[in-house]
Write a protein that binds this ligand. Structure first.
Ligand code: NAP
Ligand code: HSE
Length: 440
């Protein structure tokens, strides 16, 4: 029988520990599938004494994961440390330089250094596999890279961050605070080591950058992505969304437009009856619009130890079976350098929540500024707090009230200009809330 694939695992946290457990119970199946068994030879983490609920005695321990990466005893280095730079980058670079295959779940690393690492892997004749880097247990990388050669993709969008979807779902359904939900997401192992990456949209952007490159055959360009997170979403926005027939989701969207590839990440109002609105909790969903297949949606667990480890093990099993693909689906020198479509030209509907001074002429002032920018309003909703209504039955105190506008399709540039003028006019008491609407 062929000799085993020898694996070294750097990082034994939420994902790394699950990989060891799954490999233990599924090795027979992996062996049958690849005609070769997988043997974990070496491991590394920061704290050797930490109780991880796994027996590490069969493995060689490395205090420094870079030493593991250069060890002659491993064919494949599984990087599960995390972070775009530092130890994770050194581990991957060292492993590739020494002719070892790499499996990683690290989207931050690939979004920043993907192109350089793909070149290094090519020059050394080894592969980098990263199924776990996007959408946890969903096989979205395999789908884009291997299942759609007969298609030209026009758009790709989805819920790509389990932590944010979990937070938004529980805030809406259970009335919990943002902080309570985030704490639970961290306890369950969904959040990044620094959860700012989740809640400010950067993690979604890293994943979107990877998917965009695979879907459109372009060089990865994370810096082109317009990014907004969910930290400014309030219970009032969630309630207004419900009243207006929407639900709020953090979406990553990549689309080929006349001016180039538009890539954006932001909270989005989606129709409450749409399929994406039904995706709740830690679940992720990715929809691909393409000419032959038309519309393809994949839904599944987007974060968590076992779900993510399932994707890592799939990559290891592929390596054992001798299946390896170029990182971005084709050799680096064949990737297109796509122009960036500017966000200012984005066109769509908008939800605008203004906290206005409740006095005569304010709504007219807001409507005038909208009209000046050629923005048509689909609906206007004014909400007074019950306290304000009791204390000021004639509405002359100027007490702040919420004025919610839903626009027909308008450009980002015109919306920003109108909102800026309204702020300058002194009509609002708080910074405005602007959420883009995606109707299909
Ligand atoms: P984690 O629980 O924080 O685990 C990180 C591991 O790396 C720990 O074992 C830690 O050691 C080790 N480590 C950190 N810095 C190190 C260093 N300088 N030298 C040696 N070891 C070091 O992270 P995770 O959630 O498993 O995530 C790992 C990777 O998977 C990240 O790239 C993440 O973005 C990605 N990912 C995670 C999920 C998820 O749901 N968690 C899903 C998809 C992708 P100690 O244990 O000793 O502290
Ligand atoms: N923190 C990430 C998330 C992990 O919540 O989606 C999965 O990539």
């Amino acid at each position: 029988m062929t000799r085993p694939l020898k694996v070294g695992i750097a990082g034994l946290g939420t994902v790394g520990a699950s990989v060891i457990r799954i490999l233990e119970r599924r090795n027979e199946t992996v062996t049958q599938r690849g005609g070769r068994s997988v043997e974990v030879m070496a491991v590394s983490a920061r704290d050797k004494a930490k109780d991880r609920g796994i027996d590490l005695s069969p493995f060689t321990w490395f205090d420094d994961p870079v030493d593991l990466a250069r060890s002659a005893d491993v064919d494949c280095v599984v990087e599960l440390v995390g972070g775009a730079d530092g130890a994770a980058f050194e581990v991957v670079q060292t492993a590739l330089s020494h002719g070892r295959h790499v499996v990683t779940a690290n989207k931050a690393l690939l979004a920043k250094h993907g192109l350089a690492l793909a070149k290094l892997a090519e020059s050394k004749g080894v592969s980098i596999s990263f199924e776990a880097s996007v959408a946890g247990g969903i096989p979205i990388i395999k789908t884009l890279r291997e299942a759609l050669p007969g298609n030209e993709v026009s758009r790709l969008y989805g819920i790509l961050n389990g932590t944010c979807n979990y937070i938004l779902s529980r805030m809406e359904l259970e009335g919990l605070t943002f902080q309570e939900c985030l704490k639970d997401a961290q306890r369950l192992g969904y959040a990044e080591a620094d959860p700012t990456f989740d809640v400010e949209g950067f993690d979604t952007a890293h994943k979107l950058a990877i998917l965009t490159s695979l879907a459109f055959g372009t060089e990865i360009d994370a810096e082109a992505i317009y990014v907004e997170g969910i930290s400014s979403i309030t219970p009032l926005d969630l309630a207004m969304a419900k009243e207006l027939g929407f639900r709020i989701k953090l979406l990553g969207v990549a689309e080929r437009t006349d001016t180039g590839i538009e890539q954006r990440v932001h909270p989005t109002m989606v129709p409450r009856t749409s399929s994406i609105a039904q995706v709740m909790g830690v679940t992720n969903a990715v929809t691909i619009d393409a000419d032959a297949v038309r519309e393809l949606t994949l839904i599944g667990p987007g974060a968590g130890g076992d779900a993510t480890a399932s994707a890592v093990v799939a990559d290891i099993a592929d390596l054992a079976a001798g299946v390896a693909q170029p990182l971005f689906g084709k050799p680096v020198d064949q990737l297109e350098k796509a122009p960036r479509a500017p966000m200012q030209r984005h066109e769509g509907g908008y939800y605008i929540r203004l906290t206005v001074h409740d006095r005569p002429g304010v709504a007219a002032g807001v409507a005038t500024r909208m009209a000046e920018e050629d923005i048509s309003l689909e609906s206007i909703l004014q909400k007074r707090s019950e306290i304000a209504a009791t204390q000021d039955p004639h509405g002359r105190s100027g007490a702040p009230v919420s004025l919610v506008l839903i626009t027909y399709a308008a450009t980002e540039a015109s919306i920003r200009s109108a909102v800026e003028k309204i702020s300058r006019d002194g009509l609002i008491a708080e910074p405005p809330q602007v959420i883009r609407i995606e109707r299909d």
